[in-house]
Design a protein around this ligand. Structure first.
Ligand SMILES: [Zn+2]
Length: 359
């Protein structure tokens, strides 16, 4: 009730500003669901559909597996896409950029020596803490649990994380170990390969969502080669002026966060500051995934957004409007001349909620 009253006062002030000729910049909200969890399809989708709102789903392409129903299937992902959701890349393996090489140029592993004269096994130092994929001349090697298994499995590797020592048994053992062409999956490959995986399944991803919201200057640069937009964490809103299409900020939603706490974030940012607020959710409606939120809370929150006529947009649509806003500002000189476009979502027509649930 209290939050509702505060919101009403903020809305009244906002409308007064509008009437006075001062214009709204970019009041809008986006709902992103990371990791491509089944809850996005089973629970979030029916809720958003009810209110005619689009969602955004970040797919970890390497996790999609018909045998694992914790994650959505390609059919379900395509259905969301057809319904106006934005499907975005959330990498292939969900690694942090510090755990793996960042660029393609850092993928080759050098310094190979023969492990023993008897078996075609080689070793080298590996500088990173994680191997999400290892290739010999482009062909993937299989990871084994013990070093002994290398003796009878050509095309395999064993990684000792503690001492960062890598042992391999190549498909084609060379006479000269320095001629081995062994590469480790880089963060840049995560970006490019996930985009290709999505295209292969009929989805053109414009946006990359950083795994763990971990973002550095060099991965920001790499993301520009493959995407139009990159989404991170930070716990802030996006405002014209400081907005960065390769560092679009989000608020994390935790398991115990209340509907009122999300309403407060929207009121204090999107409404009061005319900014773009994006929420980062994971599992919805069940206990899978990081910090799952309930479908009931999501329903109440979206009902409230609709009731208050706050635009719900995809990341690509929000970014398009931010760019439009910046362009019109430039044309108008110093005066802010861009307006939010309520109800003009490119993705699906907003449907009016019948009643006002969530009170
Ligand atoms: Zn994630």
């Amino acid at each position: 009730m209290r939050a509702g009253r505060i919101f009403f006062m903020a809305l009244a002030a906002f409308l007064t500003l509008l009437a006075a000729g001062s214009q709204a910049l970019a009041t809008m909200v986006s709902l992103t669901f990371d990791d491509g969890l089944a809850g996005a399809y089973n629970s979030a989708y029916p809720v958003l559909k009810k209110y005619g709102a689009p969602g955004v789903s970040g797919i970890i392409t390497g996790r999609i597996d018909p045998a694992n129903d914790d994650y959505m299937s390609w059919e379900q992902i395509r259905e969301l896409s057809a319904a106006g959701w934005e499907i975005v890349s959330h990498s292939v393996n969900h690694a942090r950029p510090i755990q793996v090489p960042v660029f393609y140029s850092q993928e080759p592993i050098h310094g190979w020596t023969r492990d023993s004269p008897d078996a075609p096994i080689y070793q080298a130092h590996y500088d990173y803490e994680l191997i999400t994929g290892l290739f010999e001349n482009g062909k993937p090697l299989k990871e084994v649990e013990t070093i002994k298994e290398l003796n009878y499995k050509p095309g395999s590797f064993f990684f000792d994380r503690v001492i960062e020592e890598l042992h391999i048994r190549p498909f084609n053992p060379p006479e000269d170990p320095s001629s081995l062409d062994i590469r480790a999956f880089s963060y840049e490959r995560e970006m490019e390969q996930s985009k290709k995986d999505l295209i292969e399944h009929g989805i053109e991803a414009k946006t990359f969502v950083a795994p763990y919201n971990y973002w550095t200057d060099d991965v920001r640069e790499a993301s520009k080669r493959y995407y139009q937009y990159a989404v991170i964490g930070k716990g802030e809103d996006n405002r014209p002026g400081s907005y960065d299409p390769y560092g679009i900020k989000r608020f994390m939603v935790h398991k115990d966060d209340t509907v009122a706490s999300l309403m407060r974030i929207v009121t204090q940012n999107a409404v009061d500051k005319n900014s773009w607020v994006i929420f980062c959710l994971h599992g919805i409606g069940d206990n899978t995934g990081w910090e799952p939120w309930s479908a009931d809370k999501l329903d109440k929150f979206v009902a409230w957004l609709r009731q208050e006529n706050i635009d719900i947009v995809t990341v690509a649509e929000g970014a398009r409007r931010m760019a439009e806003c910046a362009a019109s500002k430039a044309r108008a000189g110093t005066a802010p001349a861009c307006k939010a476009a309520p109800g003009k979502s490119a993705q699906g027509k907003p449907a009016k909620a019948k009643a006002a649930p969530g009170k």
